[in-house]
Design a protein. Structure first.
Lengths: 135, 135
């Protein structure tokens, strides 16, 4: 496996409405998309900086993964996603290396990507995602 | 201000010795530098993926910033650094926008960069750094 770049950084926030102006007006980035991902119980806002996207995540349900994360740890950095080629093989290879994977096979993510998560217990506390562009 | 890319992502780990093999053998990245930064009470290990570096941070003192972070939140994502041009102006502009900055003026960071941090209380929980290449 050889990731090509950081595809995105996921950040948990309490309110997109409050956080977006910081990224736009202070950091000078442009929010190019706001999207609700119902099955993940989040609303997302995307910005681009170089090769990497910043994905702000607001929980739509306190029992969802972002709601629970914020309750436990507060707002902040949530996950890191690598762009890879051949995601299916990457997930298998990672599992064969003894790493606990959340997704044994690719599933659909935001922005039409195929994605898979590794478990933070196996990755030194970092919720790690692999992403592949849909072919 | 217009950051050009994510310069690096800082990750707090308990042990470089344990974490480096995950990044090298599982993710396929290469550790190109291990450095002790005494004033920050850390040992760092650097990897490159696309435009971005991954900086693993091991505390050398439980009272240092990474030691305290791990005690409070556990291992995991610690900070996010944007590459900027004209760091001094960026820090002033950010402060003028009402954001609490940790460094009012640039200081020396790892790898010969000029750096400045913003306070996570002002940045929705994300310890945010600006970096500029030394001219």
């Amino acid at each position: 496996m050889k990731p090509t770049h950081i595809e995105h950084i996921g950040i948990a926030v309490k309110s997109l409405e409050q956080a977006i102006p910081f990224y736009e007006n202070v950091l000078g980035l442009k929010c190019y998309s706001v999207e609700e991902v119902k099955e993940q119980k989040v609303k997302t806002a995307f910005f681009k900086v170089g090769q990497t996207k910043i994905e702000l995540l607001e929980s739509t349900d306190p029992e969802g993964p972002i709601g629970k994360f914020i309750e436990k740890k507060g707002e902040g950095l949530h996950h890191m996603a690598f762009a890879v080629e051949n995601l299916e093989e990457c997930l298998k290879e990672t599992e064969n290396n003894g790493v606990r994977v959340i997704d044994k096979t690719p599933r659909d993510g935001a922005e039409g990507l195929k994605i898979g998560f590794l478990h933070p217990k196996s990755t030194f506390g970092v919720l790690t995602e692999f992403c592949e562009k849909n072919k």
